[in-house]
Design a protein around this ligand. Sequence first.
Ligand code: NAD
Length: 419
Amino acid sequence: MNSVNPLENVQMILKKSCEVLDLDESVYNLLKEPERTIEINIPVKMDNGKFRIFKGYRSQHCDVMGPYKGGIRFHQSVNGDEVKALSIWMSLKCSATHLPFGGGKGGIIVDVNELSENELEKLSRGYVKELYKYIGDRFDIPAPDVNTNEKIMAWMLDEYIKLTGNNTLATFTGKALGFGGSFGRKEATGVGVAVMTRESLIKLGINIRDSKIAIQGFGNVGSNTAKHLARMGGNILAVSEFDNEHGVYTIYNENGFNVFELIDYFSKNHTLYDFKGSKHISIDQFYSLDVDVLIPCALENSITEEEAQKIRAKLIVEGANGPVNYLADRILSQKNIEVIPDILANSGGVIASYYEWVQNISGIDMTEDDVLNKVEYKMLLAYNEIMKIKDKYDVTMRLASYIYSVLRLYKILKLRSRI
Ligand code: NAD
């Protein structure tokens, strides 16, 4: 894969947005790196009695709007630059959607498939043991990301409470319902991606009921996006997934899948490889599909220059963080393909996380409708404001979103005399 360093990727667009706004170069120099990145080594006594040391990170980008906020990823490809980039995206995302949070992100280099349940718990607790002094409900609030979930959040929060004696539930979000979690959090990112897809289709003059959609990655974001698009009348024709046995594969049904059956099948089998009524197509065919919308919901850098050349969709909505690198972005823009960027498209997750945090610190309960309606409201507000910027500067949606976020950050930095 012709991949671009994700930090370089975010910095390129950050720089461009500072230039469009004609900001002093100190603003870019401040925002292009996190305020701090902590690197840790976590010793875990494995089931065979031997110790293994895992490397982990926490990056804290900018707290000018409020406590740092961002997920923790468990993946073999985690690295310092990736974590830094993800924390910058979180600052931009929180700024775009008017949340009182700054950007944070964490990760551990690990292949979770190699660990037993017992080892996974020790690793999760070990992460908190190394970092508990640097997180907290008013300082840095982690959440799940790729390969982490509410069970891992429960272990981490339990460890945090044990180590600090601070019996608050608000230090982590993405928790289980019985342990301070919020209705709607699991669905929120997918709901937001679906809402952004619906709005963008309207702008393109395409009726969602006639739309043909391809999705990459069918985890939390991909499957919930598919579910809500199906509810809105959208047709999911292709899903690309990955499993250890088959690697990356794509299933296709020219008449559109029954998404609810897909979700059920995936939750039982952890793969879609043998899903009935589907045929397999190559990854090249997947990217070249004659669809209206392509929604990448796996990892960053999945769409490079090579894939961008093949894409025929009219619209790309970034469910994942950083799936389209800046080189691919240029090609898509030349081909007049609209890209709804990650910092807007997948912000539903952090918006719902914010309301989980609000419930934890205030003691007020919200229903699923309360949370998801607020997610939709905040995202539509941001979408409409960003559309105005797009028209004003005649730029892509990505650059418009960055300009909007950077301008808000800049104004607060100025007010607080930080720049
Ligand atoms: P997940 O682990 O639940 O799902 C990811 C899915 O992608 C998995 O099913 C995996 O098998 C699949 N996958 C991995 N590599 C693939 C490949 N090369 N081709 C096709 N499929 C592949 O993770 P998630 O929570 O859905 O997150 C996905 C992306 O969305 C990440 O970039 C994450 O940072 C971003 N994101 C997640 C949330 C959230 O609320 N979960 C919020 C905002 C952004």
